[in-house]
Ligand binder design. Structure first.
Ligand SMILES: C[S@@+](CC[C@H](N)C(=O)[O-])C[C@H]1O[C@@H](n2cnc3c(N)ncnc32)[C@H](O)[C@@H]1O
Ligand SMILES: CC(C)=CCC/C(C)=C/COP(=O)(O)OP(=O)(O)O
Ligand SMILES: [Mg+2]
Length: 293
């Protein structure tokens, strides 16, 4: 059964059959996801993210914690830090023209895709396992009048429909912990043009710690994902003609986001695991930008 064959029950919706039982679980997970920490932040300006934030907290913007508007200000500040994260990723894609095509692998509700189009004026194609997310992202694109430039579809990022060598730049924003990295980078390498750019922002376990810590295991269980080590990223890129140009340890930049989030009413229970693993060095938040050679 290939990725493009359709299930009997979902033919009307043209949803491809998941490539594995695991991918079926992940599709169901994201179809059912509706955490206020994601929806209320997205409601701030209509950019819906499923990634975390970076940068210094603007304490002046938070105002007086006793004030009746303090929760609203806190939500706006967390959202600003999440959009700042996407801005940093997009800033590492290199020179992108309006005629280029970009691919967001594991696009979620599409916030980064809209930001990419607004920044470069180009076409942005996203893939997600979740039909609900793809519908949501396409709905937002239509509301913004961007349906000709921003499109999400239900598709396995390991077997995309994009032509070989047709993509100027592609990325994974907190979505590479759901797949085998060799398979993932082989597919990015295939779709990217020679000289094209690949960028990921991801959490990875630190080989210096030894093995995944209990906090990393807790994050894996919480999201049903499988966090890779930093070494695995480097090896799998090297094996697939992706040569790192920039590696940034964003761990110190993401801690303020987590410390702020831990004080909000929108906590989900996973904050302690991120804060402790970033502090004990067992887990790192990194950006890797690589050229397709
Ligand atoms: C944590 S969310 C990140 C969403 C988005 N990148 C963002 O920054 O808002 C993870 C995403 O990866 C997607 N995903 C996981 N495995 C996938 C696969 N094999 N193919 C396509 N998408 C996948 C999920 O459907 C989900 O949209
Ligand atoms: C850095 C790592 C390990 C990320 C794991 C992938 C993931 C679930 C990201 C955030 O999604 P989300 O925005 O839906 O999560 P939350 O509800 O916690 O904000
Ligand atoms: Mg979130």
């Amino acid at each position: 059964m290939t990725n493009t064959e359709l299930t009997a029950t979902s033919t009307a919706l043209r949803i491809p059959r998941p490539a594995s039982p695991y991918q079926g679980d992940i599709a169901r997970y994201w179809d059912g996801e509706a955490r206020p920490v994601n929806l209320r932040l997205g409601d701030v300006d209509g950019l819906y993210h499923h990634h975390y934030g970076i940068g210094e907290v603007d304490h002046a913007a938070l105002g007086d914690p006793e004030d009746s508007t303090s929760e609203k200000k806190l939500i706006a500040e967390l959202h600003r830090l999440e959009s700042a994260q996407a801005d940093v990723l997009l800033g590492n894609l290199g020179e992108i023209g309006a005629d280029d095509t970009l691919v967001d692998a594991g696009c979620g509700r599409g916030g980064s895709m809209v930001m990419a189009h607004q920044r470069f004026g180009c076409k942005v194609e996203g893939v997600t396992l979740s039909a609900k997310q793809a519908d949501f992202a396409n709905g937002r694109a239509a509301e913004l009048g961007l349906q000709d430039h921003v499109r999400a579809r239900v598709c396995n990022m390991l077997a995309t429909p994009f032509e070989t060598g047709s993509v100027a730049a592609s990325w994974n924003n907190e979505s590479s912990m759901y797949v085998d990295l060799h398979d993932l980078f082989a597919e990015h390498s295939r779709m990217l043009e020679v000289g094209g750019r690949y960028v990921t922002i991801t959490g990875c376990w630190n080989p210096r710690y030894g093995q995944p810590s209990k906090w990393v295991s807790q994050i894996n269980a919480h999201f049903e994902c499988n966090i890779h080590s930093r070494r695995e990223y480097m090896r799998a890129m090297a094996d697939n003609r992706l040569v790192p140009q920039t590696v940034i340890d964003l761990t110190p930049d993401t801690l303020p986001y987590w410390e702020l989030r831990a004080t909000s009413s929108l906590v989900t229970g996973i904050e302690e695991a991120f804060i402790n693993s970033y502090r004990d060095g067992s887990f790192q938040y990194v950006l890797i930008a690589a050229d397709r050679v």
